[in-house]
Design a protein around this ligand. Sequence first.
Ligand code: GDG
Length: 473
Amino acid sequence: MSRLVVVSNRVALPDGKKNGAGGLAVGILGALKNSGGVWFGWSGETGEIDDPLKKVSQGNIQWVTFNLNEEDYEQYYCQFSNGVLWPAFHYRLDLVDFTREAWEGYLRVNVAMAKQLAPLIQRGDIIWIHDYHLLPLASELRRLGVNNRIGFFLHIPFPTPEIFTALPPGKTLLEQMTDYDLLGFQTEGDRQAFIDSLGLQTQVTTYMDGHHMADGKSFQTHVYPIGIETEDVVEQAKGPLPTKLAQLKAELGRVQNIFSVERLDYSKGLPERFLAFETLLEKYPEHIGKIRYTQIAPTSRGDVQAYQDIRHQLETEAGRINGKFGQLGWTPLYYLNQHFDRKVLLKVFRHTNVGLVTPLRDGMNLVAKEYVAAQDPRDPGVLVLSQFAGAANELSAAVLVNPYDRDDVANALHRALIMPKEERIARHSEMMAVLRHQDINAWQEAFIRDLKQVKTRCTQNDSTSASLGCSMP
Ligand code: GDG
């Protein structure tokens, strides 16, 4: 049976608890346990990329990590991955800070990673590479003679050609991406945007079912909406509240709670959400004194300037809104710039009336799915969800909003706060059916199944293609 080699920027080591990736680590581990293999990525530590690799084994899985020096970390991770690709792929060209040094650093790290990884790859292994940090990795592995099946999954959106073509190295990135055998996207919109961007630069021939040929290379594109560990979330959210939370619930009495949690990131639409909450209090004063909005937003990528800016913006807005509407004994908005324990979060989800998830752009958004799965099916809360989250494709029974329209969000919040129980139950049960069917295991199994079925890589010029079992669709 073929081994699986997973590559991601960071790995979740076996001794640690689940990291910020939430259920993603569980999905990857599920895939690795099924076939055995290697999980390769950055250790999170400073050193040289060609330092000896750190290896940890447990059962049939080996975790292999490398170090990065400060310049690599700055250029590959902070400047190019998170200062160019992340904003551009989330439609924020205004925040893109491109330099050629950053691009060269990004390439340098991908080249060095390929050199470290190639000797670990055995004949017959399948390789699954994750996310925007590693767009060129297959290309570099191919250069080193790795002909194994290589798949890629993009966790974030793929922007439309108008945005993508603004990236100075866009053409090279697309060429590199066609060195994957299988490219997976969160939504059909993302998949199509990739093909459209590629089609602007080169002739793409599409056969049936996402099989393509471009520049003599054949590859497939498919949609795999990522899910959560649905049953695990259901179980963890159930049961009695820890003492502190139970006390808080008792103190709040009949106050209705609006709740959200996400990494502090400009793509999540937090300032817009605070303003929509203000509009709710202005338009529907009957809620004053009777609701509370709690926003948890732990700092992420604090080394990047745009992330420092948004943190200041939120602190200012929260203070202003509380100053304007607060009363003695009532604070409308709780903003907590802290990381919370996952178990606590899932229980809090269950005891809140509205889950407010309004990113301006999001590949999928797992918080939306976790919020739904955590609800009590006999008396569920309501999910208010941005139409620009990938999750909106599957969770169409949420109250969908345009996060740029604060009146729309305020109206949706009002509707959610007064929604009759029967409607809440109907919406919840429709969404649960989707979450149970398309959970994190179904996601990884679908991707791995397709990757295994890819024919050995072939090119139009490859005279040995037929003998390798390579066939054109
Ligand atoms: C990327 C894409 C796509 C958040 N704060 C805390 C905490 N979290 C957990 C959530 C959830 C996870 O982190 C975040 O996942 P999201 O999907 O919401 O967002 P990104 O981090 O931006 O993830 C996204 C995802 O990849 C997977 O493909 O859905 O679109 O941007 O699980 O619960 N967990 C804990 N404390 C916190 O304070 N314990």
